[in-house]
Every structure is written in structure tokens, then in C-alpha cells.
Write a protein that binds this ligand. Structure first.
Ligand code: IPM
Ligand code: MG
Length: 378
């Protein structure tokens, strides 16, 4: 198959990790006889420096004209330290999500058994955890009206949802639940917020079309607690933009490290794939970032945007095998990891590439991960 992929490295370690995601895509193209054509585009701090805006039209046009996007991260300490700066890298990210209609952000929390000890949560609590988050991505306080009152001492961000926005993400969550354990948890704050009451009412209505799926509602504070107390009890979770942002960072600890978590943003048209970790300027340029989240994002891209199931499984199998062989980046190494097994970003990418097509991997262990990808929604 011939496909056009936009590579959007962005800022910080975004560049380092997407280079490895691309390396893996190249290997897949050569093993499975596909033709992947790449185009680079700029976003975030880098784009501000070059063009004065966080998402130039040129980048957006390239993205509109491609088959899938592999994205890194945006952000720079300059803006974190000065919230008054008007042009900010995050604006590029939010504009991109809105303009491309990427309303559903899928964050699979998949724990590789090899990494059970890498989390700060007890292994016996974590083992077998397998959660799929659907975070709504183009509404909520992120996009509601915001501003300051004239006195300068009052600020507001409007938390707003429309029924159709809740309906379309709820459908995606219920459909995915059908191919998993048939459970959906909807997370809101309906005891306080009117937008959450609309959310809950709408999810209840949509659920009538899925009588085979068990629906449960949780308030976000209680969901946050249960996630750590009993992660195995979670299957599919659907929630709004802000709650989803917070809960998925928390849930990343279930997968051992933020450096392991891939995500897919989908909607009406082109799909975008990215690690959930940010630009991580504290480790930028040191070559120690974990590229596995970007590589696993490439696996999601192959499956969801291109329908290449075998290819996607081959990537996941190669990651699993690499971990089984004992290779680690610093963030997922533990006391038992010998120093000579700790790899830099590039070396980890190359191990995975070498393992693509290798036979010595137990495919049954991979069911969860490949299922995650294949449930994801037309
Ligand atoms: C994420 C990030 C972004 C968000 C930031 C960088 C704006 O935290 O993708 O989770 O809040 O959505
Ligand atoms: Mg976040």
C-alpha cells in the first residue's frame, strides 16, 4: 500500500522519539512491502520561533492532505515560566485538534508484564490491568470562552458541552466495549456541574442502543481514587477533556512509565498518533528519552488509520520481545536491570527494528495490545 504520513516532531524530546517511530515505520514498509512517503511539518515553540504562530497554515494544509500524522510533543519552559506570554506552543496543539476534528482521544493503558516492577504501585494490584480511555478532545474548558473581568482580578474558563459532542464520543466508547469486557465507566462531576449533568443524561440515552454493555457512572474524584485502588476493575472509560487529561496521567503509572503510553486522536477525517508524555525539556538532547510510546503510537497508526493489523502486531510483538530480552531505557529500568542493558533513545529504536519479524515472541501475550488497536473504531 502507498501512504502519505506527516511527521510532526514538535518540541523537546518530540524530535528524538518521533525519529524512532519513523524508523520503525520504515522497517515495516520494507518488511511488508508498503510505500510510506513522509512530509515534515512544524508546530509549537519551534513554529513560533520560525513563523510567529504555533501552527502555521502550511503545517495544517500538509496534515489535511495526508493519510495519518505521527506527532511528538509541544512545549517549552520559557512559556511555563511566564504564563503572560500571549503566543504559546499549546495553542498549536489545541488548534490542530479542533481544525482536524479530532474529538476522540484514545489512551490505552496497557501494562507489559515485563514492567510490573517499574511502577510505584504494587505488582499484585497492577497485574492484568487493561484500560481503554476515551477522552473527549475538542470541547470543555479547553475551548469554552475564557477571559478576565475589567478589574483584572477575576478570571473565568467556561466549562461547556453540547449534546452532540457527548453523543459521538459515547458511541465510540460503547462500540469499543463490545469487543472487550463489555463495560463502560462514564466519569463526570454531576453532583456539582451542569455540564456534567448533560453529559450523564446523554450517555444514559446513548446506552439504550447498547443493552449488552454494562454502564456505570462515577464522579471524577472517586474514579481517581479507584484507579489506583483497583485498576483491574476498569475496562472502557469515557470522560470529558479536562477530567480525561488528569486521569490519563494518573493512569500512566499503571503502565509503569509515561514513556510507554501511546495515544490515538481520531474524528471525522485524518488520525493523529502521539505519545502522552510531553516535551520533557529536562531530558531533551540527552538521548535518554524512551521512544517506546512513539513506537507504540506508530503501531496504533498502522492499525487504525491504515487497517494494517499484521503490521501493527509485528511492532507490538517487537516491543514485547525487546523488553523480554531485558533492554530498558532509564525511565523503565529497575534495581534488577544491569547497567549494560540500559539503552539510549536511538539504540532502543534500533533494537525494536531488529526484532520486527523475529519469531521468538509469544503472540498470546500480545492479545490485549492488539485488541486495543483493533477495537478502535471506524
Ligand atoms: C495532553 C497534554 C495537553 C493537554 C497540553 C500540552 C495542552 O497535557 O495531551 O494530555 O492538556 O491536552
Ligand atoms: Mg495531559
Amino acid at each position: 500500500m502507498k501512504k502519505k504520513i506527516v511527521i510532526l516532531p514538535g518540541d523537546g524530546i518530540g524530535k528524538e522519539v518521533t525519529a524512532e517511530g519513523k524508523r520503525v515505520l520504515d522497517k515495516i514498509a520494507s518488511v511488508f512491502n508498503h510505500q510510506f512517503e513522509y512530509e515534515e511539518a512544524t508546530i509549537g515553540h519551534e513554529a513560533i520561533e520560525k513563523t510567529g504562530t504555533a501552527l502555521p497554515d502550511e503545517s495544517l494544509n500538509k496534515m489535511r492532505a495526508c493519510d495519518a500524522i505521527l506527532f511528538g510533543a509541544v512545549g517549552h519552559p520559557k512559556y511555563d515560566n511566564d504564563p503572560t506570554l500571549k503566543v504559546r506552543p499549546e495553542q498549536g496543539l489545541l488548534k490542530m485538534r479542533k481544525e482536524l476534528g479530532l474529538y476522540a482521544n484514545l489512551r490505552p493503558i496497557k501494562l507489559f508484564d515485563e514492567l510490573l516492577e517499574a511502577s510505584s504501585i504494587k505488582a499484585e494490584v497492577l497485574k492484568g490491568s487493561d484500560i481503554l480511555f476515551f477522552r473527549e478532545l475538542t470541547g470543555d474548558v479547553y475551548f469554552g470562552e475564557k477571559g478576565r473581568k475589567d478589574d483584572g482580578n477575576t478570571a473565568f474558563d467556561l466549562m461547556i458541552y453540547q449534546r452532540y459532542e457527548v453523543e459521538r464520543i459515547a458511541h465510540k466508547a460503547f462500540q469499543a466495549a463490545r469487543t472487550r469486557r463489555k463495560k463502560v465507566m462514564s466519569v463526570d462531576k454531576a453532583n456539582v456541574l451542569e455540564s456534567s449533568r448533560l453529559w450523564r443524561e446523554t450517555v444514559n440515552q446513548v446506552s439504550k442502543q447498547y443493552p449488552d454493555i454494562q454502564l456505570e457512572h462515577q464522579f471524577v474524584d472517586s474514579a481517581a481514587m479507584k484507579l489506583i485502588q483497583n485498576p483491574r476493575s476498569f475496562d472502557v472509560v469515557v470522560t470529558g477533556n479536562l477530567f480525561g487529561d488528569i486521569l490519563t496521567d494518573e493512569a500512566s503509572q499503571i503502565a509503569g512509565s509515561m514513556g510507554m503510553l501511546a495515544s490515538a486522536s481520531v474524528g471525522d477525517k485524518v488520525g493523529l498518533y502521539e505519545p502522552i508524555h510531553g516535551s520533557a525539556h529536562d531530558i531533551t538532547g540527552k538521548g535518554i528519552a524512551n521512544p517506546l510510546a512513539s513506537i507504540l503510537s506508530a503501531a496504533l497508526l498502522l492499525d487504525i488509520s491504515f487497517g494494517m493489523k499484521k503490521e501493527s502486531e509485528a511492532v507490538i510483538a517487537a516491543v514485547e520481545l525487546t523488553l523480554k530480552q531485558g533492554w530498558r531505557t532509564a525511565d523503565i529500568a529497575d534495581a534488577r536491570t544491569s547497567k549494560d542493558k540500559i539503552l539510549n533513545t536511538q539504540a532502543m529504536g534500533m533494537r525494536v527494528v531488529d526484532n520486527i519479524g523475529a519469531k521468538a515472541v509469544d503472540m498470546t501475550a500480545l492479545n490485549t495490545a492488539s485488541q486495543v488497536a483493533s477495537t478502535i473504531v471506524q
